[in-house]
Design a protein around this ligand. Structure first.
Ligand code: SF4
Length: 272
């Protein structure tokens, strides 16, 4: 990976992230930018997708957040551990994988388990940079059709890139098991109205045994109004149809009672 000709995420735009005047596809330069920080949750600003329906465009598309260097990021990780956080969700981490690796090099005593929560548009270099350091992956496979991904998220090659990324994650940690929701791969997939997510194609290639969490909470946001089919939530029939597809593919739908990251009480019970 190189910051002067960046190919970190699957967009591989080649931007020089060391130049203040450059605007890379992810909108983030040499320093990590933090959009949100709370117990068990660290959201990075910037994203290499440009979804019309993005619920947080200021952080994601404009890259607005607090800039931190590797030492400051390491201090944040240490603070989470000191606060008793046993799993830290790293949200939108792909474009800052190298900075994360730098921070982890400064954190030899970190025992908080790291969860990678991404759009699945994660480049092989990003995943390789953190191999062995991420306990669980929760990629959201957003589209099963490249044409739709181009129309709705402004990217090319989403299907192949997302499949390669999830396969690499599975190689690293295997599927998530109900007995340990902090280790392994859990694929997420949001049901979009009118079948826009192409659920069967998005999930149909997954090996048996990979759990799938269907997200039925799509709400029109940002520039969703520009696309006629994005102007409403998915209806009950569309959600039921997605559930039927998951069953038909022989995959297991996963449900969690509620996310919890604090040490006290340990992991929440999981209903597979
Ligand atoms: S992380 Fe992706 S979008 Fe950002 S500069 Fe690198 S290749 Fe481009």
């Amino acid at each position: 990976m190189s910051f002067t000709r960046c190919t970190t995420c699957a967009r591989r735009c080649g931007a020089d992230r060391t130049r203040e005047t450059t605007k890379p596809g992810c909108r983030v330069g040499r320093l990590v930018r933090i959009a949100e920080l709370g117990p068990g949750r660290l959201v990075f600003a910037g994203c290499s997708l440009a979804c019309l329906f993005c619920p947080t465009p200021v952080a994601n598309r404009d890259g607005v957040g607090r800039a931190v260097d590797a030492a400051q990021l390491a201090a944040i990780l240490a603070d989470q551990q000191a606060a008793g956080i046993w799993r830290l969700d790293l949200v939108h981490p792909a474009h800052v994988a190298e900075q994360l690796a730098e921070a982890l090099d400064l954190s030899p005593g970190l025992t908080t388990r790291l969860a990678w929560v991404s759009t699945a548009f994660d480049g092989p270099e990003a995943l390789a940079a953190l191999a062995g350091r991420i306990a669980s992956f929760r990629p959201e496979i957003k589209f099963g059709c490249d044409r739709t991904a181009r129309q709705l998220a402004g990217i090319n090659g989403y299907v192949a890139a997302s499949r390669a990324a999830v396969a690499a994650m599975l190689d690293q940690v295997g599927p998530m098991a109900p007995s340990d929701p902090d280790h392994g791969v859990l694929v997420r997939h949001r049901v979009l109205p009118d079948g826009l997510a192409a659920t069967r194609d998005a999930l149909g290639w997954l090996p048996a045994g990979v759990p799938v969490q269907l997200l039925d909470d799509y709400e029109p946001a940002h520039r969703a109004g520009q696309h006629a089919k994005l102007r409403r939530p998915a209806n009950a029939h569309e959600v039921a149809e997605a559930r039927a597809i998951v069953r038909d593919l022989g995959l297991t739908e996963w449900g969690e009672k509620k996310p919890a990251n604090r040490k006290a009480g340990g992991p929440e019970a999981v209903i597979p």
